[in-house]
Design a protein around this ligand. Structure first.
Ligand code: FAD
Length: 630
């Protein structure tokens, strides 16, 4: 067979959420990329709930989009119920969530992958990686070998095997090897990787049974319509991209449900000790909720459609690995579910993941040059967390091949920076998901300004195409123009604009204010302000531009304080610690601090100071040592 069929710049293993973003980013960055995955049909498949976004997760989706990724556009093309969460709260925690049509979402991702220049797909299971000494005392990845013995070569490989590595499905006492229900596990690859110098452990996650929606009684449930107007995820998107919107429903477990669960706990693989892996704390199974919150008589369940053309619904809130007969009984005890027909059983899955402290900020493994890990295998849970890591690993794999410096955002630049820094500094003992509370600079890291934070760097990295760049520049200019226009318009108790403002807007005005100053007042928003003829623009201002001007003006004081804090912290953040640095040389450093540093091997002093238990004194000693000449 021809050489070009077997040789690439970058190989991505796995066509899930991390793998597709990795492959697309690598190809967009100019690397000849091969995506190797079990099945082309499952490219972009959603293993669990068909929903994208939510608090913290929506922020990641917008960041992926700002960097040219595909997730937001796929959600726009597949979203059948839309919510703007925390709409009445501060801008830092406002977030978008879309219930997606599973089939439309997958089709969009597959189309994006199939039409991406520089990207080739080959369907196959990968059983091993080719890893050889690089001649400089390190191991380097050279390619991958499939289960049929085909050998593909590349100087960079991104592994995104999700829940498939030594995956084991549990339903009650029954357990079998699988990557997720209906898909094969990656058993041989998991064994081969366990022979390598990676720290491997087990995690678990679970999913609820699916129900035929025609067998439910919606008259006893509470409808939950989507928002109108519907939000849009992508900075390139519009409402016209969305399919029709359908409602979700809310129902509840009953006393009977809890009785059924309590009576069957001894048959639960979680409680019988059959499952060793730790599950996601924030997405507990229904049996977990009944045990942990024993005082609660009922738990809320969101009844969510799986798509426009299918009858299945996803009962969000009853993930379970109880035996099937128990699942049937518990499902039928839920309000409105008396005649429910289960179409697929709920289950838990246990899988191998790698201690993310073995990764650099680029998501390259410290142990093997050119080998990158992304997604669920790094201890995270969720499509958005996986996709964000995939994009980062993909672009850095492409840069590695060209000998370019890796790129990764800092904690003050992106949730992606928070995610990676948390993982590589702290590791994780349970599936990690994103929350806004994880970001100390969350007022800077809003959904609404993800493009302003990241699209310029995405452009430099080769990830942002001309159309996106043109749209971005137009938006950035419109924001600057409107800010400057409003700062040049004045209202005083003596002038016409001021008198109009007092009369029409009902505000008090004791001195001269610019229109921008007036926007700082909580009772005024942009729309009201520009409704005054004196402040009206020549042409209408887009809602997203108005929102940006409003937020940046209203929170200017807080934002500036945060920027000053970031600038102070930046000094340590930029102080690099050489690879292979010997902590024993640092005079006065305690054995405990040295051990902690040795364990994580931080790349910068900033990362070192975030290691749990690291004292300011230890950080100063390190800084003093590093600042010494020679
Ligand atoms: P995946 O989406 O799993 O994709 C992995 C891809 O790699 C697949 O295409 C697979 O075929 C391919 N692959 C694997 N090994 C090989 C190989 N050796 N050769 C070739 N191809 C390979 N997330 C939540 O946020 N909340 C939840 O409650 C939740 N519950 C879940 C329940 C279940 C049962 C499962 C399975 C997942 C659940 N998830 C949940 C997790 C969510 O599905 C993942 O976070 C997300 O899919 C991870 O994306 P990924 O790209 O890392 O991996």
């Amino acid at each position: 067979m021809s050489r070009e069929f077997h040789r690439y710049d970058v190989i991505v293993i796995g066509g899930g959420h991390a793998g597709t973003e990795a492959a697309l980013a690598s190809a967009r960055a100019g690397a000849r990329t091969l995506l190797l995955t079990h099945s082309i049909e499952t490219v972009g498949a959603m293993s669990c709930n068909p929903a994208i976004g939510g608090i913290g997760k929506g922020h990641l989706v917008r960041e992926i989009d700002a960097l040219g990724g595909v997730m937001a556009r796929a959600a726009d093309a597949a979203g059948i119920q839309w919510r703007r969460l925390n709409a009445s709260k501060g801008p830092a925690v406002r977030a978008t969530r879309a219930q997606a049509d599973r089939a439309l979402y997958r089709a969009f991702i597959r189309r994006a992958v199939e039409h991406q220049p520089n990207l080739t797909v080959f369907q196959s299971a990968v059983d091993d990686l080719v890893i050889e000494p690089d001649g400089r005392g390190r191991d380097a990845v050279r390619g991958a070998i499939t289960n049929t013995g085909l050998r593909f070569e590349a100087p960079a490989v991104v592994l995104t095997a999700g829940t498939f590595l030594a995956g084991k499905v549990h339903i009650g006492e029954t357990q079998y090897a699988a990557g997720r229900m209906g898909d094969p596990p990656a058993t041989t690859l998991a064994l081969r990787l366990r022979e390598r110098p990676f720290v491997v452990d087990r995690l678990k996650t679970g999913t609820p049974p699916r129900i035929d929606g025609r067998t439910l009684d919606y008259s006893v449930m509470q409808p939950q319509p989507g928002d109108d107007p519907r939000p849009v995820f992508s900075f390139m998107g519009s409402r016209d991209d969305h399919p029709p919107q359908v409602p979700c429903w809310i129902t509840h477990t009953t006393e009977r449900t809890h009785e059924v669960i309590r009576g069957a706990l001894h048959r639960s693989p979680m409680y019988s000790g059959q499952i060793e892996g730790i599950g996601p704390r924030y997405c507990p199974s229904i049996e977990d909720k009944v045990v942990r919150f024993a005082e609660k008589a009922s738990h809320q369940i969101f009844v969510e459609p799986e798509g426009l053309d299918v009858v299945e619904i996803y009962p969000n809130g009853i993930s379970t690995s109880l035996p099937f007969d128990v699942q049937l009984e518990l499902v039928r005890s839920i309000t409105g579910f008396g005649n429910a027909h289960i179409t697929r059983a709920g289950y838990a899955i246990e899988y191998d993941f790698f201690d993310p402290r073995g990764l650099k900020t680029s998501l390259e493994t410290k142990a093997v040059s050119g080998l990158f890990f992304a997604g669920q295998i790094n201890g995270t849970t969720g499509y958005e967390e996986a996709a964000a890591q995939g994009l980062l690993a993909g672009v850095n794999a492409a840069r590695h091949v060209r000998g370019r410096e890796p790129w990764s955002p800092r904690r003050d630049q992106a949730y992606l920076g928070v995610l990676v820094d948390d993982l590589i500094t702290h590791g994780t003992s349970e599936p990690y998901r994103m929350f806004t509370s994880r970001a100390e600079y969350r007022l800077q890291l809003r959904e609404d300004n993800a493009d302003l934070r990241l699209t310029p760097v995405g452009r430099e990295l080769g990830l942002v195409d001309d159309a996106r760049w043109a749209r971005f520049e137009a938006r950035r200019e419109a924001i600057a123009r409107e800010t400057s226009r409003l700062s040049g318009l004045w209202a005083s108790p003596a002038n016409a604009a001021g008198r109009e403002a007092v009369a029409v807007l009902g505000i008090e005005l004791s001195r001269e204010n610019s229109a921008l100053d007036l926007l700082r007042r909580p009772e005024l928003d942009h729309a009201r302000l520009v409704s005054l003829p004196a402040f009206a623009p020549d042409s209408p201002v887009d809602a997203d531009v108005a929102e940006q001007v409003e937020i940046e003006t209203r929170y200017a004081g807080y934002l500036q304080r945060q920027r000053d804090e970031i600038a102070r912290a930046q000094r340590n953040e930029d102080t690099a610690i050489p690879a292979g640095f010997d902590y024993a040389q640092v005079r006065g450093l305690s054995a405990e601090a040295a051990q902690k540093l040795e364990r994580v091997r931080p790349q910068t002093v900033g990362q070192a100071q975030r290691i749990p238990g690291m004292t300011p004194a230890a950080v100063s000693l390190l800084l003093v040592h590093l600042s010494r000449p020679g």
